[in-house]
Design a protein around this ligand. Structure first.
Ligand code: HEM
Length: 184
């Protein structure tokens, strides 16, 4: 049983207290977000490229880094526009981004440091450009919502794959995981 991205989005909006005011401030700065997106992409892929394992993934296929820089710009800008006011389309899109990473075989341990780089670099940029703390807070929340989507997709895909292959119930799988953790 897979999670419903739309329901998950609603839960995350509540948990992170992502308010209407946060949405307004992001939308008001959407042009600025697009302006700085390519620079943020350079920081992001520069960081990933300095890690041997991630660098190998990035250069696995011809033109991948180039394509990724473009998809990063779109992703970054969408955090400001909200696509459909951070509604169903936004949730589905974020869920799909998570699934792409699972499919490509990127270890989940790389995701949090990657997002931390974005938060860090955008934080520096906000400061040098004299942007408000409210914008920083709103951006921080939406970055964490997007991060939660990618992280959740790993456990969801893994659990579903095991349940499908084995025919086990979700309760049995949960018990086995708990027992496994207890014996470590
Ligand atoms: C903050 C974390 C990350 C964000 C927001 C992000 C964003 C994205 C986006 C928007 C896509 C395109 C998805 C699509 O095609 O629908 C993508 C794909 C991809 N990302 Fe990430 N990414 C993150 C972390 C990473 C990390 C740590 C790696 C490690 C190398 C990575 C490597 C890739 C690869 C290989 C693809 C598929 C490229 C292809 O289509 O050939 N990403 N990512």
């Amino acid at each position: 049983m897979s999670i419903d991205p739309v329901v998950f989005m609603t839960t995350l909006v509540r948990r992170f207290d992502f308010t209407e005011k946060d949405k307004e401030i992001l939308k008001a700065n959407a042009d600025w977000g697009l302006e700085i997106a390519a620079e943020m992409a350079d920081h992001f892929y520069g960081y990933l490229g300095r890690d041997e394992e991630m660098n190998a993934v990035l250069n696995e296929t011809e033109g991948r880094v180039h394509r990724l820089k473009q998809t990063f710009v779109t992703w970054f800008h969408e955090m400001f526009t909200g696509i459909d006011n951070w509604g169903d389309n936004y949730a589905q899109r974020r869920w799909k981004i998570g699934l792409v990473h699972v499919k490509v075989g990127i270890q989940p341990q790389h995701i949090v440091p990657g997002m931390a780089t974005v938060v860090n670099e955008v934080g520096k940029k906000l400061k040098t450009e004299g942007k408000s703390e409210e914008l920083q807070a709103a951006l921080g929340k939406i970055c964490m919502i997007d991060l939660a989507f990618i992280e959740q997709s790993y456990i969801d895909v893994a659990t579903n794959a095991v349940l499908k292959e084995t025919g086990w119930s979700a309760a049995l799988f949960k018990r086995l995981v708990s027992n496994g953790a207890a014996s470590m």
